[in-house]
Design a protein around this ligand. Structure first.
Ligand SMILES: Cc1cc2nc3c(=O)[nH]c(=O)nc-3n(C[C@H](O)[C@H](O)[C@H](O)COP(=O)(O)OP(=O)(O)OC[C@H]3O[C@@H](n4cnc5c(N)ncnc54)[C@H](O)[C@@H]3O)c2cc1C
Length: 393
């Protein structure tokens, strides 16, 4: 089937800036009401940003992971929840782009995503397994050409608002817990029964409720590669890098507020350095460290993309894990520092220097695949793998 495709030639940056303006306007109410950032999501669709990663021959614009990470940061500076919706959609899309191009059904699905700007959600977390992404309890059942799946999906961000869900499961009722597949189900192919309400400290607008998922679809919708390969070769890297793009954006906006605060104080008392000036210099250093870490991670991923052995190597996995650990921990330090610089004006809501929302949103970063779990994974690899220490990349 062919869909009308309109490719706008305007830069990603200009289109994302318009979305960010809308997202920023609604960020505080989205957070206070814990509601889906509808305005920002509609703007992403209107600016046709949901299909940019898809190759041009399938109706997209062939955006790289680095370009998408930059947009995650731009949106993260406006509204972290909107940015996370955008990031998670593109993380799911990366599995299709990297592993679905040779499958007729998935190529057609990508055409539809680009043409209709469909929003894709993710269901990996499962009751009884938690964030152990590489294991499933639920199993897909295939009868003839049809597959059926029931999953206790305890966290599905914007599950009620998505047009499709990519969901992990065991590859069959007899399969081991780590023998997994990833299946795309379209909205009219599943039901969601809400089991948990997302009333959280931060990232409230992601509306990551828990659901009992029940789906039935043609078996052709199961991605042809084992999930183990999809996770290792694209999903872990794109998750850690695009999430880090969002988190970096939160930190950038917080630091901008601190800088504005210090500049205002400097204007009030010319000649006397404001008390927060040194702390601002310190926080600028921390921000640059996060940026360098994310930029290096993006370069490593773009370089490794053409080499499946490198993508599946321990060295690459350790590097990506380290990007996630460093960015998720350092942004907390940064926002906390900003709070010290801005004082009560940062602690209070509704001032130009408020960072309460930033701090609450930033706290989700360490839990989004628990840092303890990631450190455990890295520590096992470091028992046999020598860390790459070369400055040549
Ligand atoms: C904003 C946000 C959006 C999300 N969106 C989605 C989504 O769309 N889809 C989805 O599927 N999931 C989503 N998640 C879930 C997320 O990615 C994690 O998988 C989930 O938060 C982990 O839940 P948990 O902390 O209960 O579980 P666990 O990972 O089981 O961790 C529980 C605790 O046990 C400890 N622990 C567990 N295993 C180990 C180990 N091996 N070594 C050391 N300590 C360990 C950790 O300290 C952790 O605090 C989202 C989470 C957030 C915060």
């Amino acid at each position: 089937m062919n869909f009308p495709v309109k490719i706008t030639e305007e830069s990603f940056a200009a289109r994302a800036a318009r979305v960010a303006e809308i997202a920023a306007k609604h960020a505080d109410t989205v957070d206070a009401e814990g509601r889906f950032p509808r305005e920002a999501a509609d703007a992403m669709k209107a600016e046709r940003l949901l299909g940019i990663q898809i190759p041009r021959h399938l109706g997209g614009e062939g955006a790289t992971t680095t370009e998408i990470a930059e947009l995650c940061s731009v949106l993260g500076q406006a509204c972290a929840a909107s940015a996370m919706v955008f990031a998670m959609h593109h993380i799911k899309l990366s599995s299709l782009v990297e592993h679905g191009a040779d499958s007729e059904w998935h190529a057609g699905f990508m055409r539809r995503i680009a043409a209709e700007q469909l929003l894709i959600a993710s269901a990996t977390t499962e009751g009884g397994i938690g964030g152990n992404l590489r294991n499933s309890i639920c199993a897909i059942e295939i009868t003839g050409d049809t597959c059926r799946l029931e999953k206790d999906a305890t966290v599905i961000s914007y599950g009620s608002h998505a047009d499709a869900i990519l969901i992990t499961s065991r590859s069959g009722p007899e399969a081991a817990s780590s023998d997994q597949v990833l299946t795309a189900f379209l909205k009219d192919q599943y039901t969601l029964e809400r089991t948990h309400v997302w009333n959280t400290l931060g990232m409230r607008g992601t509306c990551s409720d828990g659901f009992l998922f029940k789906g039935e679809a043609p078996a052709a919708q199961i991605l042809p590669k084992p999930f183990a390969e999809i996770a290792a070769q694209s999903m872990l890297a794109s998750s850690h890098l695009l999430w880090s793009g969002v988190w970096y954006g939160i930190a950038v906006d917080a630091v901008c507020r601190a800088q504005a605060f210090v500049r205002a104080a400097a204007r009030k008392s010319p000649g006397a350095p404001p008390p927060g000036a040194l702390r601002l210099a310190e926080v600028s250093n921390l921000l640059q460290m996060v940026k360098s870490n994310v930029v290096a991670g993006l370069k490593a991923y773009e370089d490794a993309k053409a080499d499946p052995d490198k993508l599946s190597s321990m060295g690459f996995a350790v590097a990506m894990n380290n990007v996630k650990i460093a960015s998720s921990e350092t942004i907390l330090e940064i926002v906390n520092h900003v709070m010290l610089i801005c004082g009560i004006m940062g602690y209070k809501n509704g001032t130009p220097f408020s960072v309460g929302r930033h701090l609450r949103d930033a706290h989700s970063a360490q839990l989004m695949i628990s840092n303890d779990r990631i450190l455990g994974n890295t520590s096992s690899m470091l028992l046999v793998h020598k860390q790459d220490t070369s400055l040549l990349g």
